[in-house]
Write a protein that binds this ligand. Structure first.
Ligand code: SAH
Ligand code: SF4
Ligand code: F3S
Length: 462
C-alpha cells in the first residue's frame, strides 16, 4: 500500500494525486464506482470533477447497448489530448465493456495510452494493478499496451466486503445485495460481463444498512440484477432480506431494484404491503407484451403470468406505482406482436417506462437471430409507445394534484430555492418553497401541479 502511494505521488502534478472517476451505465456501476473511489481515498487521493486537473482518470464502463459503448469510445478518444499534455496521467478503464474480449482488444489497439484495464470482479485488486503499471513506468520498462485483467471464471472474491465505499450522496444509499446474473435473457450481455449470481450474507447487508441509518441515510436502495432471486446460493430469500433490513430502528425508506417477474412471490408482495418501511413502488421489467417474443427472449413468464402479478400487487397494495423496462424491435418481432406491448402498457398503467430499441450484442444468443424490421420501422413503433406512455404518465401525475404526500427531500438541484423530493411511489417533486433545512427530511408536500414527469409541490409541514 505504501509503495502504491509513493508511486502515485511520484507521478502526480499535485501535492496529493487528483482522481477523476466517470461512471457509465446502471446503479450497479454507480455502486462499484463508490468502491473504486473508496480505494483511492484510502490511498490519500483527492476526488475531482475536472478531468483536466486529474492525475488519474478512471472510466467505469457499460456494455448494455451499442450506443453506451460508442459513448465510452468517444470519450476515450478525447483523453488523447490530455495524455499528450500530461504524459504522467494514468488512464484506467474498467467495468462491463472490458469483460468482452473483442472490446478489450479494441481499447488496447486504438487507445494505447490506457494503462490498466480490469473487469467487474477485480475491483479488490485495483491497488495491485496500479502498482504494477506504475512500477513498470518507473523501471522504464517499455510498455505501450495495457494488461487486461478480466476473467469471470476466476471469480476472486468479488464480494470484497472490506473495500471502503465513498458515497457522494448523504440521503440515499445504494446497497448491493447480490452480484451477477444467471438468467441469460437472449438479448442481454450482463450475464457475460458480470458472471454468475453471488449473494452477500444477510448479516453483512444488515450491518451496512445499520451503519447507513446511523449516519442519517433516509433511503436505502437494495441493488441486484435480479434482487428477488437473492439467496439461491445461501438458502435464503429476498423476502427475508426485506424483513431483516426493515427491523433496523430508525425512520427510513427501503426500495429495491431490479425484480424479475419469474421470481416474484406472493410472500414478497405481502411483505411490501404490510411493511411500512418498504416503498410502495415496484420496478418490474416486462420487456414485451407478446408471448412469442417473451419466449424468444428467454424471459420464462407469459403475459398472463405478468398481469397476474400486477393484479395481485394492485389488490394488496392499492396505492402501488409500477415502472418497467421494455424493448422495441427484438429480432422476429412484427407489428402485431408490438401491439400486444402497447395493450399491456394500457392495461398496467406504469407511472413511467424505460424504453429501449433493441441493440444487437455480440456473444448473446439473439445476436444471430434474424432481424427483418428496419430501423425506421422500429423508430416509428418506438414513438407510438412513447406517445401512449406520455398520456398514461400524465393521467397518473394529474391524479396527485391537490393531494398532500409524504416526501423525502433530496439535495437542491441548483442554487436558487428549488429543491427536489421523492414520493413514496418514486415520483419526483420539485419543491417551490425549498429550504436548505428540508434537506434529508421527510416532509408533507401539497402537490400543486405537474410538468411532464415532474410534480410541483409546496412543503406544508416538516
Ligand atoms: N437486470 C435487469 C435489467 C438490466 S439491463 C432486468 O432484468 O430487468 C436494463 C434494461 O436494459 C433491461 O431491462 C432491458 O430492457 C434493456 N436491455 C438489455 N439488453 C438490451 C439490448 N440488447 N437492447 C436493448 N435493450 C436492452
Ligand atoms: Fe439481463 Fe435478463 Fe439478467 Fe436482467 S435478468 S440482467 S435482462 S439477463
Ligand atoms: Fe451496463 Fe453493466 Fe449495468 S452492462 S447496465 S453497467 S451491469
Amino acid at each position: 500500500m505504501q509503495k502504491v502511494k509513493e508511486l502515485l505521488n511520484k507521478y502526480s502534478a499535485n501535492q496529493k494525486p487528483f482522481v477523476f472517476v466517470k461512471t457509465y451505465g446502471c446503479q450497479q456501476n454507480v455502486s462499484d464506482s463508490e468502491r473504486i473511489k473508496g480505494i483511492f481515498i484510502s490511498m490519500g487521493c483527492i476526488l475531482t470533477n475536472i478531468k483536466e486537473k486529474a492525475d488519474v482518470i478512471v472510466f467505469n464502463t457499460c456494455a448494455i447497448r451499442e450506443n453506451a459503448e460508442h459513448r465510452v469510445f468517444g470519450n476515450l478518444g478525447q483523453l488523447k489530448n490530455l495524455k499528450n499534455r500530461n504524459p504522467n496521467l494514468l488512464i484506467i478503464v474498467c467495468g462491463c465493456m472490458t469483460e468482452q474480449e473483442h472490446i478489450g482488444e479494441k481499447i488496447r489497439s486504438i487507445f494505447p495510452f490506457v494503462e490498466v484495464i480490469f473487469g467487474t470482479n477485480f475491483i479488490g485488486n485495483l491497488k495491485d494493478f496500479i502498482f504494477e503499471s506504475l512500477r513498470k513506468r518507473s523501471l522504464n520498462l517499455k510498455k505501450s499496451i495495457a494488461e487486461n485483467y478480466n476473467n469471470l471464471k476466476l471469480r476472486r472474491d468479488c464480494l470484497s466486503e472490506e473495500i471502503p465505499r465513498q458515497r457522494d450522496n448523504k440521503i440515499t444509499a445504494f446497497v448491493p445485495i447480490m452480484y451477477g446474473c444467471d438468467n441469460f435473457c437472449t438479448y442481454c450481455i450482463v450475464p457475460y460481463v458480470r458472471g454468475r449470481e453471488v449473494s452477500r450474507s444477510i448479516e453483512s447487508i444488515k450491518k451496512e444498512v445499520e451503519n447507513l441509518v446511523n449516519l442519517g441515510y433516509k433511503e436505502i436502495i437494495l441493488l441486484g440484477q435480479n434482487v428477488n432471486s437473492y439467496g439461491k446460493d445461501l438458502g435464503s430469500s429476498f423476502t427475508e432480506v426485506l424483513r431483516e433490513v426493515t427491523k433496523i430502528d430508525g425512520d427510513f425508506w427501503v426500495r429495491f431494484m431490479t425484480s424479475h417477474p419469474k421470481n416474484i412471490t406472493k410472500d414478497m408482495i405481502d411483505e411490501i404491503a404490510s411493511n411500512e418501511k418498504i416503498c410502495k413502488s415496484l420496478h418490474l421489467p416486462f420487456q414485451s407484451g407478446c408471448d412469442k417474443v417473451l419466449y424468444d427472449m428467454n424471459r420464462k413468464y407469459t403475459r398472463k403470468e405478468y398481469l397476474a402479478i400486477i393484479d395481485y400487487a394492485k389488490l394488496k397494495i392499492p396505492d402501488i406505482l409500477f415502472t418497467s423496462d421494455v424493448i422495441v424491435g427484438f429480432p422476429s418481432e412484427i407489428y402485431d406482436d408490438f401491439k400486444e406491448t402497447l395493450s399491456l402498457v394500457k392495461t398496467v398503467k406504469f407511472s413511467s417506462l424505460f424504453t429501449f430499441i433493441y441493440s444487437k450484442r455480440k456473444g448473446t444468443l439473439a445476436y444471430n437471430m434474424k432481424d427483418n424490421v428496419s430501423c425506421e420501422e422500429k423508430a416509428k413503433w418506438f414513438s407510438e409507445l412513447l406517445k401512449l406512455q406520455r398520456s398514461i404518465s400524465a393521467s397518473i401525475y394529474s391524479s396527485f394534484v391537490d393531494r398532500n404526500l409524504k416526501v423525502l427531500v433530496k439535495e437542491s438541484r441548483n442554487k436558487k430555492n428549488f429543491g427536489f423530493a421523492k414520493t413514496n411511489g418514486d415520483l419526483v417533486v420539485n419543491l417551490e418553497n425549498y429550504k436548505e433545512e428540508f434537506k434529508g427530511k421527510f416532509c408533507i408536500a401539497k402537490i400543486i401541479g405537474f410538468k411532464e414527469r415532474v410534480l410541483r409541490g409546496i412543503v406544508t409541514s416538516f
